[in-house]
Design a protein around this ligand. Structure first.
Ligand code: SF4
Length: 365
């Protein structure tokens, strides 16, 4: 394991540029039921503690020779970067689990010392589940660090402090002027919007309007588990966010919340589906200028008036994980209708409703 790892979290670069993580341990004593790092460690042996047990963490090899007052390896790395970094503690472990905390403090002090010395103004970002982070308040203030808590209501319990303890710590840091964020990663399927709204209301409306939020789905093999849950609940949450004036981050750095890519893709597809549905009269079955377009889990059914005046029907099977384009539809119905000009006209409507870059399984299922 290298000391600084490029972080591919799907977090917005407009919030945190040049995001790199320091992962101080292999394994993590909190042992959360949904831990993605633990899953990754099953595939990548160099992420596993030598005991083979995730909840018995050990220091990463680059930490083993640290001294109580310096972290030489980190200073060396910091001095060789060509631009300021956002340094995240941590991505694949918790920086405030017992074994990691002394090193986290040393790492933060090194970043601070480097800045005071006149080096790049690296930004320190903390992501934790431990209220112990509050004990480093003065250091965090001096660093102007940003602190995030992962909050996952109703998730299977691991050994991490409870959501209530984390939120108390968050509110406490907010009270001392520390900028904070909450990562609802994953937004646990089954947790209704009210639970999230209650937390967001307290953190943002009541306490600190600089607070930012990250929302991510529970994924399996890179795709959301129970997509219908997110499709059903998201409009309610969006309505609340809009009513409060919270804005989605769009790349300018000024947004209040960020949807992780897997969730965003699912919801964008849903928005397109809603547009199509309402354009067809509020249902996924209706008449478009003499052209019926219906969907099912496995196929699109097109019905249309043939040149001889009789109705024709065409079923187009959907190929999972494949993008359906206008050309695909055209190819499928070619020869089925005499009036190609009419088909083109109708297809332009279908195209507008569908969008051509829509991944059909997300869009239609
Ligand atoms: S705190 Fe993070 S790294 Fe540790 S077990 Fe939980 S999810 Fe995994």
């Amino acid at each position: 394991m290298t000391l600084l790892s490029k972080c591919a979290f799907g977090w917005p670069a407009s919030w945190w540029k040049n995001l790199y993580a320091i992962n101080l341990t292999k394994g993590c004593e909190f042992d959360c039921g949904y831990c993605w790092a633990k899953d990754m460690a099953k595939r990548f042996p160099n992420m596993r503690p030598s005991s083979g047990e995730w909840d018995k963490p050990e220091l990463a090899s680059f930490c083993r020779d640290y001294k109580t007052d310096s972290f030489t390896a980190l200073t060396e790395v910091l001095s060789t970067t060509t631009s300021p970094l956002t340094i995240l503690l941590s991505a694949t472990c918790d920086p405030y689990q017992d074994i990691a905390r002394p090193l986290t403090q040393i790492a933060l002090r090194e970043v601070l010392a480097y800045r005071k010395w006149g080096g790049h103004p690296h930004h320190a970002l903390i992501l934790t589940k431990s209220p112990d982070v509050v004990k480093d308040l003065s250091l965090l203030k001096e660093l102007d660090a940003e602190v995030g808590f992962t909050i996952v209501p109703s998730s299977p319990l691991g050994k991490a402090p409870t959501d209530a303890e984390r939120l108390d710590a968050l509110y406490s840091l907010q009270g001392f002027g520390i900028r904070t964020f909450i990562s609802f990663e994953p937004w646990w399927p089954g947790v209704d919007v009210d639970a999230l709204v209650e937390i967001m209301y307290e953190a943002w409306v009541v306490r600190d309007r600089r607070t930012r939020f990250i929302l991510g789905s529970l994924n399996k093999n890179g795709r959301p588990v129970n997509p219908d849950f997110y499709r059903r609940e998201w409009p309610k949450l969006k309505e609340w966010l809009d009513a409060q004036g919270l804005v989605e981050e769009q790349g300018q750095g000024t947004g209040n919340y960020w949807l992780k890519p897997e969730l965003k893709k699912l919801l964008v597809a849903q928005r397109r589906k809603n547009v199509a549905a309402s354009a067809i009269g509020g249902q996924m079955k209706g008449k478009i200028d003499g052209f019926l377009f219906t969907t099912s889990r496995a196929e699109i059914l097109l019905t249309f008036p043939g040149g001889d005046g009789r109705r024709r029907e065409l079923r187009i099977s959907l190929v999972p994980h494949r993008t359906l384009t206008e050309a695909d539809i055209l190819e499928a119905i070619k020869g089925e209708m005499e009036n190609l000009e009419l088909i083109h006209k109708r297809l332009s409507i279908v195209k507008e409703l569908l969008g051509t870059e829509v991944d059909l399984p997300d869009f239609l299922l």
